[in-house]
Design a protein around this ligand. Structure first.
Ligand code: C2O
Ligand code: CU
Ligand code: CU
Length: 481
């Protein structure tokens, strides 16, 4: 048996309490918490290997309650996996769910074949599967995450609580007082702690939970001393919710996006994270006080079926800011901790080219050909794991124009090979760095460049509104030597 190796850190023990669930119109307001933020358990590599068993099963504590939500090894989020470039991740996945599942290492530049980061695998209930994921020696250090990817069940399982952070170690010592993952998720629970799943309209919209949680806690408190800095590894693990984050009284110094360092820190009043997206930020409090980390409502459009009223359970649409967490700053007012200068050289920019091949790829939604409901897909086709949609050559640099003529925003995500956004319909500029999720606005487009380097094999690109992915908004890419 494989055992958890080198366990360190604090297990996520949640001790909050809840009042008025089910009686308040704003469940998010009612489920009080205010406990100190806890980090998920950490599991670190040893002698070049990170070996552990991850058991997916229902029945975890969330927001201080016993729930039917799903966890890995009894907790949601699951353990944080910490390893270095060049090391091997060996996960024995044990499926104790009543439906098939599998495991995806979102954002890692690793092989999609065999028992690697292979989204086509299906691990049936009661089965066990051994993954082996080898990081290249030059893998960028940064923040990544893992979650199930079994088509048809992804939204339910991630909404249910199955997610965890992956930290690829390395990079500069930022001299921070703390370095912690903040996995921001949302979920809907009924009065008995059962996860509430949406009906077809909610899935078409993309479900949003009533409760927004950080590391499985409702509105936890992060403590900090004025004059110090903390590195927050923000991960949007929500099924569909776009986070539009701001921290009262502070600017966030963004260090990286989707696990890749920016050329230098960028100070932001607001940070928008699409589902699946990440950002590492430095928080540098100066004055004692209590500050809320808020997410503001974000209009990502609507499937466009007028007159349906609400979208049903599990599709909370906030009309105002939601408190995600609080920052409690102690000590004396002081100067802000310094910002680091240039960050480790990001991978070479793909902007100057050359480009070996160009493709155009369209998010499409139409009335279903196969029964009721909408046909979510790319280029008018729903996902078919047997069909190969794109065949780039290994090592080629391609330019993809990803268009979206639908009335909703869709976050575009490609596995294994990170991309660079070179132009968008909104004219928004992005720093020269690679990423793996980009929000393509309704009626807009994004032009990106991808180098299909290092790993041949078959994988997928999809909408990271996971309900849309399950509805068929996913396609395959086969990189051939
Ligand atoms: Cu985070 Cu294909 O997914
Ligand atoms: Cu992914
Ligand atoms: Cu979508």
């Amino acid at each position: 048996m494989l055992a958890a190796a080198g366990t360190a850190g604090v297990a996520a023990g949640v001790t909050g309490w809840v009042t008025g669930i089910g009686t308040s119109t704003d469940r998010s307001e009612a489920a009080a918490s205010g406990d100190p933020l806890t980090d998920p358990e950490q599991v670190s590599s040893r002698d070049g290997v990170l070996a552990l068993t991850l058991t997916a099963a229902p029945g975890v504590s969330l927001a201080g309650r016993s729930t039917s939500a799903l966890g890995f090894n009894g907790s949601s989020p699951g353990p944080t996996l910490r390893l270095r470039p060049g090391e091997v991740l060996r996960v024995r996945l044990v499926n104790e769910l009543d439906q098939p599942t599998n495991l995806h290492t979102h954002g890692l530049h690793v092989s999609p074949e065999g028992n690697g980061d292979n989204p086509f695998l299906s691990i049936e209930p009661g089965q066990t599967f051994d993954y082996e994921i080898r990081l290249p020696e030059d893998h960028p250090p940064g923040t990544f995450w893992y979650h199930p990817h079994r088509h048809g069940y992804v939204a339910d399982q991630v909404f249910g609580g199955l997610a965890g952070a992956i930290v690829v170690r390395g990079g500069p010592d930022l001299g921070t007082a703390a370095d912690r993952p903040l996995l921001i998720s949302d979920i809907s629970l009924d009065g008995s702690g059962n996860v509430v799943s949406p009906g077809p309209p909610g899935r078409m919209m993309g479900r949003q939970g009533d409760l927004v949680l950080v590391n499985g806690q409702h509105r936890p408190v992060v403590s900090a001393r004025a004059g110090t800095s903390q590195r927050w590894r923000l991960i949007n693990t929500c099924t569909s919710r776009v986070l539009s984050l701001r921290l009262e009284g502070h600017r966030l110094a963004q260090l990286s996006s989707d696990g890749m360092f920016l050329p230098a820190p960028v100070e932001r009043d607001r940070l928008v994270l699409a589902p699946g997206g990440r950002a590492d930020v430095l928080v540098r409090p100066q004055d004692p006080g209590d500050y809320r980390l808020l997410t503001d409502p974000f209009d990502r459009g609507h499937p466009g079926m007028g007159g349906m009223g609400g979208m049903g359970p599990g599709t909370a649409t906030a009309t105002g800011p939601i408190t995600v967490a609080r920052l409690a700053v102690s000590g004396q007012s002081s100067a802000a901790a310094p910002l680091p200068g240039p960050l480790p050289t990001p991978p070479n920019s793909l902007r100057p080219g050359p480009v070996d091949n160009r493709r155009q790829i369209a998010f499409t939604m139409g009335m279903g050909m196969r029964g009721p409901g909408m046909n979510f897909g790319f280029d008018g086709r729903q996902f078919d794991p047997q069909r190969t949609d794109q065949r780039p050559a290994l090592g080629a640099t391609e330019e993809w124009l990803v268009t979206n003529s639908t009335p909703m925003d869709h976050p575009f995500h490609l596995h294994v090979w990170p991309f660079q956004v070179v132009e968008t319909s909104t004219g928004s500029t992005t720093p020269d760095t690679l990423r793996d999720v980009v929000l393509v606005p309704a009626g807009g487009w994004v032009r990106l460049r991808v180098r299909f380097a290092d790993f041949p094999g078959r994988s997928v690109y999809h909408c990271h509104i996971l309900d849309h992915e399950d509805l068929g908004m996913m396609a395959t890419v086969h990189v051939k030597p």
